[in-house]
Design a protein around this ligand. Structure first.
Ligand code: G3I
Length: 324
């Protein structure tokens, strides 16, 4: 039978991929699915390339967790998307408000992005398609204003070009993305992202793509998703679905699982319909390891494989979109 990645590639996409995490790799039933590159042609580390994991103390870099995922990608012939250089969350305690002047923080960002991206330079089977899925992650609040984090508070919007330029210098072949959630529908936040990337392009700042996280709710997939994707590709950028899951109240009813099948299909179909959408990444493929229940109490069942690693109707929804 044809796996998801095989179908995606046959349909002209670069990959269908998944997030994974280091602690999951000892689960043999899980890795038997993960390691099948007809199923997944791309992986993203859910945690181990983040700032707290890679530079826990200033100037001291630890890449063992990230390397394990990068090596897995290489062994399995999969693309690797990095995740991430600059994000307000999962920062080590030394990267905090009030700790730095603007000049200091500029150096801190440059050192972090440059060391991280150059460490993974050429770590995948095809250098040209190494994606840093999120050189910059989640810069905006839901109303389209800038998120008040250590980066924005200290440097204003300039932290974005600082990070992107450092990443480009570290690996000219790496694809540089900005990644966010709730930008999948027309509205203030998508407009803010459009305006940001237009400004970056006008200023000659390196930017290759925008990642749409797509942490959706069953029955609430935005109808304007494809339109938004097209607004970004019209600027000459590529787009990708970087963190897809579609959650519901647990335990999931049969009707919710049936709606979830339609929802997965419509999300993947939007990517299929947009030439510049390079691929989609599940934010892990199984409910066994989904982040959702620990963040949204009473919700979950968000992935195409269930707790027992059995395919759900959602899997068929993805297959239907990829084979249409
Ligand atoms: O590393 C510690 C471990 O030492 C400790 O024993 C354990 C006990 O709770 O916690 C571990 O840290 C957890 C970490 O995942 C690694 O497992 C954190 O508590 C937990 O909060 C963290 O969750 C991650 C979350 O980002 C944090 O915001 C999820 O796994 C990860 O899937 C999720 O991914 C994010 C993307 O990076 C950005 N977009 C949103 C997406 C979903 O939140």
């Amino acid at each position: 039978s044809s796996g998801l990645n095989k179908l995606a590639k046959t349909a002209g996409k670069l990959y269908l991929g998944t997030a994974t995490d280091n602690n999951e790799l000892t689960d043999a039933a899980y890795t038997a699915i993960l390691d099948d590159n007809s199923q997944f042609g791309q992986i993203t580390p859910a945690n181990s390339m983040k700032w707290d994991a890679t530079e826990p103390t200033r100037g001291t870099f630890t890449f063992s967790g990230g390397d394990q995922i990068a090596n897995l990608a290489k062994t399995n012939g999969m693309l690797l998307r990095g995740h991430n250089c600059v994000w307000y969350n999962q920062l080590p305690s030394w990267v905090a408000n009030g700790q730095f002047t603007a000049a200091d923080l500029t150096t801190v960002i440059q050192t972090h992005c440059s060391t991280l991206v150059s460490h993974y330079k050429g770590q995948v089977y095809d250098k040209k398609t190494l994606g840093t899925s999120s050189t910059v992650s989640e810069p905006f609040n839901d109303d389209g204003t800038w998120r008040s984090d250590v980066f924005y508070n200290t440097l204003g919007t300039s932290y974005v070009p600082i990070a992107l330029k450092a990443a480009r210098a570290a690996d000219p072949n790496a694809k540089l993305y900005i990644n966010d959630y709730n930008i999948e529908q027309t509205g203030a936040k998508a407009t803010a992202m459009l305006n940001l990337v237009k400004q970056l392009i006008a200023d000659g700042v390196p930017i290759d793509g925008v990642g749409f996280q797509c942490h959706f709710i069953v029955g609430e997939v935005p109808g304007s998703f494809q339109t938004v994707l097209e607004q970004f590709t019209a600027l000459g950028l590529e787009v990708a679905i970087t963190e897809l899951d579609i959650r519901t109240t647990t335990p999931a009813s049969q009707s919710a699982l049936a709606q979830q099948e339609k929802d997965y299909q419509s999300v993947i179909q939007a990517c299929m319909n947009v030439k510049g959408c390079v691929g989609a990444t599940l934010w892990d493929f199984t409910d066994k390891y989904s982040w959702v229940p620990s963040t949204f109490s009473g919700q979950g069942a968000a992935c195409p494989w269930d707790q027992n690693l059995v395919k759900k109707p959602a899997y068929t929804g993805i297959v239907n979109a990829l084979s249409a």
